[in-house]
Ligand binder design. Structure first.
Ligand code: CO8
Length: 394
């Protein structure tokens, strides 16, 4: 959607909140391997008879090389590393208490509000958009709205790794149509309960986090800086290569709602191969709609699932393009890495935080941009889904 003849809409603040615990690859692998070795010892006879599959051994070196991940933030470390549990342990909260996910949301929301210099009375819409909500209703967004004393409306939406961009699209549309004047869009990603910590191929991928963004009309923005939203773009293509089938219907099908197939699982290699070119084409086409070349983009805030995948997206994006233009990246072709944050990576410290990764990258690598610089936020993931916003520094 183009912003032509519509009011100027800006991102005026963002915030990132991290839970207190971290788990390094080494810690994770030590505990997983102890669990796998014990499993193999206990089931040695069945494994020998071909009745049970042997659990493979994980490696910290593989994880870093294959994904770029070195460490991740988690809400509760202990249960995950306990080989008698292999999943986080959170204390239950009663209906009258603030829910865990609302607490996550509030931490990031307050940071974004402070950055944008907004109080609750300035905001009239709350969107909680993430990979999982901890309950069906009442909406976490309404709980957050109530806790902050915001008058207006709030709703939850799910869109896996593209939840942040798709949530911001809804914020943009509400502001453009006039149904809201200032939107608080939050991504409280409490994902560690849905990770299969006994699956060697995916136990290292995710971490918990919370991010938030304030989007509003330029004429109400309290700070003169921030980023103008030039345009938004979304695309989806059905695929079963990334699935999480946990849901209320399991109660009726008598399936174990926490079985292997119900937790997060993926065909990682296929996802890598299929999504990277799609994401690059999406970015190229979105920029072309605005008459821009990738060389005119100062910063690419990409989804943070895998460093090699982001390098592949950037390679596809610049492949076959002529030279560098104004503000372009010259010979560097925007690759992620130590040379420079053209497509900054935060995956080493945070791992994959589902939808929040693009907002962490944006929050941490946007202060140095100069007036007029163009950047693009682009998420891609389960669905498949791809969502982008082209921004210009004010
Ligand atoms: N340690 C040692 N070896 C391993 C490990 C490990 N931990 N894991 C796999 N291996 C082995 C494999 O078994 C394989 O062995 P072999 O060759 O003998 O079969 C070998 O290493 C290579 O395996 P792969 O080809 O699978 O490895 P890759 O190099 O492709 O790396 C990745 C695997 C890192 C998973 C990679 O494929 C990847 O990241 N792909 C992108 C996937 C992606 O972006 N997914 C997005 C999912 S997230 C999302 O959309 C939102 C979901 C919502 C959040 C859900 C939260 C719970």
């Amino acid at each position: 959607m183009k912003a032509e003849s519509k009011p100027t809409i800006v991102i005026s603040g963002s915030g990132v909140w991290t839970p207190p615990d971290t788990i390094t690859n080494e810690e994770l692998v030590t505990s997983y391997n102890a669990w796998a070795e014990r499993f193999n010892r206990i089931h040695a006879a069945a494994i020998k008879a071909g009745k049970t599959e042997e659990m493979p051994i994980s490696s910290a070196r593989f994880i870093e090389k294959a994904s770029g991940i070195k460490s991740r933030f988690v809400y509760a470390k202990e249960g995950i590393l306990d080989i008698d549990r292999m999943r986080p342990k959170f204390p239950e909260r009663k209906a009258g208490e603030l829910s865990l996910q609302a607490e996550f949301a509030l931490h990031a929301a307050r940071k974004a509000m402070e950055k944008a210099n907004k109080s609750s009375s300035d905001i009239d819409a709350v969107i909680v958009s993430c990979a999982y909500t901890q309950r069906a209703f009442p909406a976490i967004a309404i709980e957050v709205q109530d806790a902050l004393g915001i008058t207006g409306f709030g709703f939850d939406m799910l869109m896996a790794c593209s939840a942040a961009t798709f949530g911001l699209h809804r914020a943009f549309d509400s502001l453009a149509s006039g149904s809201a004047k200032c939107v608080l869009a939050i991504n409280p990603e409490v994902v560690t309960p849905m990770v299969n910590w006994c699956d060697r191929d995916s136990h290292f991928i995710f971490g918990d986090i919370s991010t938030a963004v304030i989007m509003e009309r330029a004429d109400t923005a309290a700070t003169g800086n921030g980023f103008e939203v030039l345009s938004t773009r979304a695309a989806t293509f059905f695929s079963s290569n990334i699935r999480s089938d946990f849901g209320h219907v399991s109660r009726a099908t008598d399936e174990d709602p926490y079985g292997r197939e119900k937790l997060f699982h993926q065909q990682g290699r296929k996802v890598f191969e299929e999504v990277s070119p799609k994401a690059a084409s999406h970015i190229k086409e979105h920029l072309a709609e605005l008459g821009l070349s990738p060389y005119e983009v100062r910063r690419f805030w990409l989804h943070q699932a895998n460093i090699n995948m982001n390098n592949m997206v950037m390679k596809h994006l610049f492949n076959g393009l002529e030279g560098g233009g104004k503000g372009g990246r010259g010979g560097r072709h925007g690759l992620c890495g130590p040379d420079g944050p053209d497509a900054p990576t935060i995956i080493d410290r945070y791992a994959n935080t589902a939808s929040a990764g693009v907002i962490i990258a944006f929050d941490q690598y946007s202060q140095d941009l100069e007036k007029g610089d163009v950047g693009i936020i682009c998420s891609f993931g389960a669905g498949y889904s791809i969502g982008s916003l082209v921004l210009r520094k004010r």
